[in-house]
Ligand binder design. Sequence first.
Ligand SMILES: [Zn+2]
Length: 243
Amino acid sequence: MLQPGGELAGGRVPRHFRQLPCAVIPGPWPGRHLAGLPLTVLSRRCLEEEPFVEIVPYPHPALRWKAKPVSQIDAALRSTVREMFDLMYEARGIGLAATQVALPIRLFVVNPTADPDETEEEFVFINPEIVRRNGSSEGEEGCLSLPGLYGPVRRAEVIVVEAFDLKGRPFEMELTDLPGRVVQHENDHLDGILFIDRMAEADRREVNDHVLAFETEFRQAQAEGRWLPDPELERALQELEPG
Ligand SMILES: [Zn+2]
């Protein structure tokens, strides 16, 4: 991830990385809304000014949340999407789902090139639905919520996905190869399903220690107050659900 003061492609350091060695500032914060709902600060990181989105690590309860459909596309949602793309590029990812930034809404962003300059390759999927799946193929996957962990996952070879874009226009896409795999991976996130759940048992066993290490680290962070306890995170997620 980006170091404080580091350079991004485009030279911009997003405000959520401008952290100060300050005291905890509890949410919810006024003045910022997502689809008409207050955006609550979900971690106890120090902030300079505004609430922010960040990629939350496994096993944050957002990653097991069944996200609700987006009910409204407004300026706040558009700016959240921009932040999600920025976070994705910083983490060198090719897809990022809203649940990965602790927003319980059915939305994900994809850029299969991982290159922020390739803006024509940026796709936003709002309230997506995979309406057709054909064939089967295995490929290596990783996830920004479990950085450094990789494993083989069997997915449909060809899919047809329907969704809405950021202007609220419906679209349909037939996807194969990497884009098809990314969309299936991200779509799973909206139902609280992770790629480790899709791995064959023997492959899953091989990464078990790595998964447990993530769990230990997150529980330790909660014990030290760096993350809120699960019930509070779950309450915040409920508050963020579109009505
Ligand atoms: Zn993922």
